[in-house]
Every structure is written in C-alpha cells, then in structure tokens.
Design a protein around this ligand. Structure first.
Ligand SMILES: Cc1ncc(COP(=O)(O)O)c(C=O)c1O
Length: 377
C-alpha cells in the first residue's frame, strides 16, 4: 500500500496521533499504529455483547491481578502474589498517589532527564518541586548520573522517578545499573516510583528486569506501575496495574487506595487481562516489526539526517533524535508537516532533540524522516 493510502486509513481510525494535526504526519504521542492483539479485540467484543459496562467487579479485578502476575512471572521472572497487584486507571494516577502518600510531605521529586513530559508537570500540580537530574553518557548510551542523583537527594529529594524501559531515550536498565541507583536511594532513605509501562516492549539482546524484583532493598524502596496500554495500544481504555512489593505499602494502600482504584475502567480490565493472558504471541510478532523499524530508522537517519545522533532504543517504540536544533518540534511541524515532541518538553537536557514514535508502518516512518531531512537541510 502506498504511503498516502496508509495515512488516510490511519486518520480514518481517528486516533489522537492522526487527528490532532490533520495536515501533518503524526509521531508525537506514544500510540501504536500497529493495532492490538486479536485476543484483546475478541475479549472486548464479548464484554460489549454482555453489556459489561458497570463498575469494576471484584472477580475481574482478581482475574486481571492473576493475569498480570502470570505475565510478570513468565516474561520477567518476577514472582508477585496476585493480591499485591491493584487496578488503576493509568500510570500517572499511580505517580500522583506515590508522591502524595509515599514521599516525605513537601519534598521535591527527583527526575532523571530527558523524561516523559508529564513527569515534569505532575509534581508541580501537587505542589511539589521537580529536581531535574540530567542523565550522563557512557559511550553513546544514556546512563543515570549517580553523583548527580546523590546531590538531588542531599538537596532534599525523596521520591525518585525511575522509568524503565526509558521514555524517551529507550534504555533498558541492567541489574548492575539498578543496584547502583538503589545504593544511592538507600543511603538517603529514599523511595522509588518505578514506571515499567514499556516493559513488554524490549528488543532482542536486552531483558527487562523489574526494579523491585532485584532484592529486598529495591522491593522496599519501590512502588511499581505497569499496564498493557503501550504494547497493546489500549491507553484510552484507562487501566493500569500497581504492584506493591512490601508489607508497609500494602497496608497503606489498603487504607488509601480506593479512590484511585475507582478510576480503573471495566473494559480496560477486560482488555488488559486478555493482553497479558492471550496476547503474547501477537506481542512477539509486533516486537519483530518494531525491531525492523528501529533499524530502518537508523538507515533513514544516516541518509536524511546525517548530522543527527540516534541510538536505536533497547526498549519502547520511541526514538530520541539529537538534532542539535533548539525548537525543532515547532520547526518540523511548520516546515516538514511532521508532528514530533520537542525535546525541551522532556526537561532542559532535551533541548535540541526530538522524541518520535516509530510504531507505524515502514512507508510512513520513511516519509516522516524524508520530510524531516528536507526541512532541516
Ligand atoms: C513512561 C510512561 N509513563 C506513563 C505514561 C502514561 O501512561 P498512562 O496513560 O497510563 O498514564 C506513558 C505514556 O506514554 C509513558 O510513556
């Protein structure tokens, strides 16, 4: 199919990515154009046929907890009792709850940058300061800057937002890196919000290890959020999972969690359960397509954006392009007709870069980079 026909079909689907900028190619929001698993569609159709539209029933919350625990065990080797998996509307609700209930009252939030954009917005909305901690480089790879993290905790920070796999730079953390972070957090009695929403999306050669699964120290520090929403493209269904990895958090959550859990949608729980339980073969096929795309993007960048720096992501379907062009987001929208995220929205460390979504058919990805190249030449 040619690119125009593909784009017409995507716009007709009506997603945010393809309707906010009707005259531009959409690559700004983390939605996948690769659809979802047939098992998910089937489960949703069954729920529609039954009229399962009321509040989240206990049996479904329990079933989703079992399906999530099964996925965490089989995919990531993490044994979690299903009772420790709680329903949520979304990952950002978990971040708000972690700030409100787990971090020292009034304390700043420690945020490695570049970061997922709302991580810079949620803490101030709750009256909290964000301490941006620019990531460091090890060769071409982004890594956490342990000394800078230590300084942020010394400056009063208490909750660290860890994002793994990392949006936007695509790193999948290795256990040794996480242990080094854990030592810094431990030294200051800090806490960790571990955002693992991209965990199902890890490319060959890398392995997702949940932070809380490492040892007793990380289990005590962490509260973990995940969802099928990114990998199976279900974000609009409003459902995620909180994983409690220590007794104290489980006790606290039993007291304060209900208003947050109340936001979890019933169709979302149906879809997440089906994804984790029956959507894994589809996921593996989709990862193969995305693996092709992240490599294709390397060729396209070399050809059309030779001055840019791009390292294929280890996980996620997001790409981080260091263009060295401040304000590139607006410029590309105006001159190239391409909608990406300006890196400055990911924190000061992102200035000059852009974040783009590579979960799209290869001809569309190609057209996006060709247009960017023509505009920046
Ligand atoms: C790292 C990360 N965290 C959280 C979210 C938002 O998730 P939710 O819609 O569940 O709040 C996204 C969405 O792209 C994300 O990439």
């Amino acid at each position: 199919m040619d690119t125009d026909a593909l784009v017409t079909g995507l716009r007709r689907r009506g997603s945010l990515k393809w309707t906010r900028h009707p005259d531009a190619l959409g690559a700004f929001v983390a939605e996948s154009d690769l659809g979802t698993a047939p098992a998910v569609v089937q489960a949703l159709q069954d729920a529609v046929a039954r009229g399962l539209f009321g509040y989240l029933p206990d049996w479904l919350a329990d079933d989703m907890a079992r399906a999530t625990a099964g996925f965490l065990r089989d995919r990531h080797g993490w044994e979690v009792p299903p009772q420790r998996v709680r329903p949520l509307p979304d990952v950002l609700a978990a971040l708000s709850a972690a700030i409100t209930y787990l971090s020292r009252p009034g304390s700043p939030v420690v945020l490695p940058t570049p970061a997922y954009m709302p991580f810079l917005e949620v803490p101030p909305a709750l009256g909290r300061e964000v301490l941006e901690v620019p990531m460091a480089r090890d060769g071409g790879r982004y890594v956490y800057d342990l000394d800078a993290l230590d300084a942020a905790f010394r400056a009063g920070g208490h909750l660290l937002v860890l994002c793994n796999p990392h949006n936007p730079v695509g790193r999948v953390l290795e256990p040794a890196e996480m242990r080094a972070v854990a030592a810094v957090v431990d030294r200051h009695g800090g806490r960790v919000f571990s955002d693992e929403v991209h965990a199902p999306l890890v490319f060959p050669g890398h392995r997702h290890v949940p932070y809380a699964s490492l040892d007793d120290t990380t289990a005590a520090q962490a509260i973990t959020a995940t969802s099928a929403s990114k990998a199976w493209d279900l974000a609009g269904l409003k459902c995620a999972q909180l994983v409690l990895s220590n007794d104290a958090d489980a006790r606290l959550w039993a007291e304060v969690g209900y208003p947050v859990e109340h936001g979890c949608s019933t169709p979302g729980a149906v879809a997440n359960t089906a994804a984790y339980r029956d959507g894994v073969p589809w996921l593996d096929d989709t990862i193969a397509v995305l693996d092709g795309n992240r490599r294709l993007l390397a060729d396209l960048v070399a050809e059309h954006l030779p001055a840019a720096r791009y390292r294929p992501p280890e996980g996620t379907y997001l790409a981080w392009l260091e263009l060295g062009v401040p304000g590139a987001g607006d410029l590309l929208l105006e001159r190239a007709g391409v909608a990406v995220v300006d890196g400055a929205r990911c924190g000061a460390a992102g200035r000059g870069s852009v974040r783009m979504d590579l979960a799209t058919p290869a001809p569309v990805l190609t057209a996006i980079v060709e247009r960017m190249g023509a505009a920046l030449r």
